[in-house]
Design a protein around this ligand. Structure first.
Ligand code: NAI
Ligand code: MG
Length: 352
């Protein structure tokens, strides 16, 4: 029997509610397929921080290194500054394990009412490949003259030819595997005359290696508008860390709800584990009520199975999600219904 060793970090808020839902679905799909899922849960997050002064154990990255993949719920609590929770848990994992691709599908599922009138599942099927290890979130900069009227903060973007090239190539490869074979590169080289000009140059240099993919550059603001006005013209996008972060919240919104959108932090070389998480946060406004939509978390689990060599199990989970949404009987409040996290999870397991 094949065994998958998954390190699980449920984290904070609704992370603790949607993670068990996702594991329940993953077990329901793997067990009959003869795959044993061994989940090792870690108590890291904001509660752990309040007890220990750290977001994770001091040897957390060593503990995580040996697993097949990491599954993350959500991180963040009003009692801990967000830059602490993000910089001491999510970003160290992404950076240390060189998860340089952040892959985020954005699909309007059948039966889900998108906010764009008249759009159907055929119109919205995009995937964003976000650079995940450098760029605007490189962490370089500082503050001087704190608290004085002439205080200064500098946040420096770091863009490397190697970092851009590897994520752009990954995006071209994803585009090659999809029927439409379109790639949109998000740039802003009119205003960011150093970093984004390098980005464009690398895209131009790499494009001839993928002659079967049609690649177009868009300024990121125009691309954001296009996602709303002409989503059917978009297929794969490649974007820097900040641009991709913003575009994918927009993509989740036009797909009906932030609660359905999944994400994968991939190390395509497989030298280190990759990490899978819904794109939403810990949603303190609804945490503890059992009404969070578990679909983003479940779909993220499906992406994990795909990465671990089980594309057929990925497809079965996504088909079950699609069927439950298409039936329209079970809907969590973010989709306009009254179902609980547990109801939605049970319906998806039943559809499997
Ligand atoms: P959020 O994603 O937690 O919530 C935004 C809105 O979407 C809220 O109204 C929430 O109720 C709703 N929502 C999110 N997920 C949902 C779901 N599964 N079902 C139904 N409704 C859902 O973003 P926000 O409010 O900006 O951040 C809250 C905390 O989460 C902060 O501490 C932030 O730093 C953290 N955060 C963590 C992330 C992560 O762990 N990867 C990502 C984004 C934010
Ligand atoms: Mg985000």
């Amino acid at each position: 029997m094949a065994t998958l060793n998954i390190a699980v970090i449920p984290g904070d808020g609704i992370g603790g509610e949607v993670t068990p839902a996702a594991l329940h679905v993953l077990e329901a799909v793997t067990r009959p397929a003869g795959v044993q899922l061994v989940a090792t849960e870690h108590p890291w997050g904001c509660d752990y921080y309040r007890e220990t002064g750290r977001m994770m154990a001091s040897d957390a990255l060593e503990q995580l290194r040996a697993c097949d993949a990491i599954y993350l719920g959500a991180i963040g609590h009003p009692s801990v500054p967000d830059h602490v929770s993000v910089w001491e848990l999510i970003l160290p994992i992404r950076q240390r394990f060189e998860q340089y691709v952040n892959l985020r599908p954005m699909r309007l599922m059948p039966g889900v009412a998108g906010p764009l009138a008249g759009r159907t599942a055929a119109d919205i099927d995009m995937v964003c490949i976000r650079e995940n290890s450098e760029g605007e979130y490189a962490g370089v900069g500082g503050r001087v003259h704190r608290g004085t009227p002439h205080e200064v903060a500098q946040q420096t973007g770091v863009f490397t030819r190697m970092g851009i090239e590897r994520v752009v190539r990954y995006a071209f490869e994803v585009a090659q595997r999809r029927p439409r074979r379109l790639l949109a590169s998000a740039t802003k080289s009119n205003a960011l005359q150093h970093s984004m000009v390098l980005w464009d140059e690398v895209v131009d240099a790499v494009a001839p290696d993928y002659p079967d993919v049609t690649c177009r550059k868009y300024h990121v603001d125009a691309l954001a508008a296009r996602m709303v006005t002409h989503p059917q013209t978009l297929d794969v996008m490649v974007a820097s860390n900040l641009f991709g972060d913003i575009l994918t919240d927009l993509g989740a919104a036009v797909s009906g709800s932030l609660g359905v959108a999944p994400g994968a932090n991939l190390n395509p070389t497989r030298r280190h584990p990759s990490m899978f998480e819904p794109i939403h946060g810990s949603a303190p406004d609804i945490a503890g009520r059992g009404i969070a939509n578990p679909i983003g978390a479940i779909w993220a689990g499906a992406l994990m199975l795909d990465h671990l060599g089980y594309p057929d199990l990925h497809d079965r989970v996504v088909a079950a999600v699609s069927q439950v949404l298409g039936d329209g009987h079970v809907r969590t409040p973010d989709l306009g219904g009254t179902a609980t996290t547990r109801d939605m999870t049970a319906a998806i397991v039943a559809a499997l």
